[in-house]
Ligand binder design. Structure first.
Ligand SMILES: [Cu+2]
Length: 139
């Protein structure tokens, strides 16, 4: 009787280790890739979205892979576009974009909301409307 009891305890422990390990897996890879094009027509495109929008959960870690193509004008530092969320500048949402592909890791804000991301580099016609929406909500 005692043997059977300790045997089942081992299974419980094993189960906890396996279940715990399984739960940890997504956590170690919780940086979601978002692919964005800051195009030569001075618009943002988010791959897989009809309109330029980044969907995120509160506090979600995002890896932004941004490919930038020069419009008609560039900044003095050579940036062809930028992606700036003014309200989240301190939190790293202040990205200078140079010709080619760059990756940035940023965190979505901790609370739900809608945030405006814009290009602050005078990139030519269409620049004033070069915007992207960051939509943060609990899924
Ligand atoms: Cu611009």
């Amino acid at each position: 009787m005692r043997g059977a009891y300790s045997c089942s305890s081992i299974f419980v422990v094993l189960f906890l280790i396996i279940a715990g390990g399984g739960a940890r897996l997504p956590a170690s890879d919780d940086t979601r890739l978002v692919e964005i094009v800051a195009d030569s027509d001075n618009r943002f495109h988010v791959i897989g979205e009809k309109t330029p929008v980044i969907h995120a959960r509160p506090g979600e870690r995002l890896r932004l892979r941004i490919t930038a193509h020069k419009g008609q004008e560039i900044a003095r530092d050579g940036a062809v576009h930028s992606l700036v969320v003014r309200k989240l500048r301190e939190q790293g949402w202040d990205l200078r974009l140079y010709e080619g592909t760059q990756e940035f890791t940023v965190n979505a804000p901790a609370s739900s909301g809608e945030f405006l991301a814009e290009c602050t580099v005078k990139c030519g016609p269409g620049h004033d409307d070069m915007r992207l929406k960051l939509l943060v909500k609990q899924q």
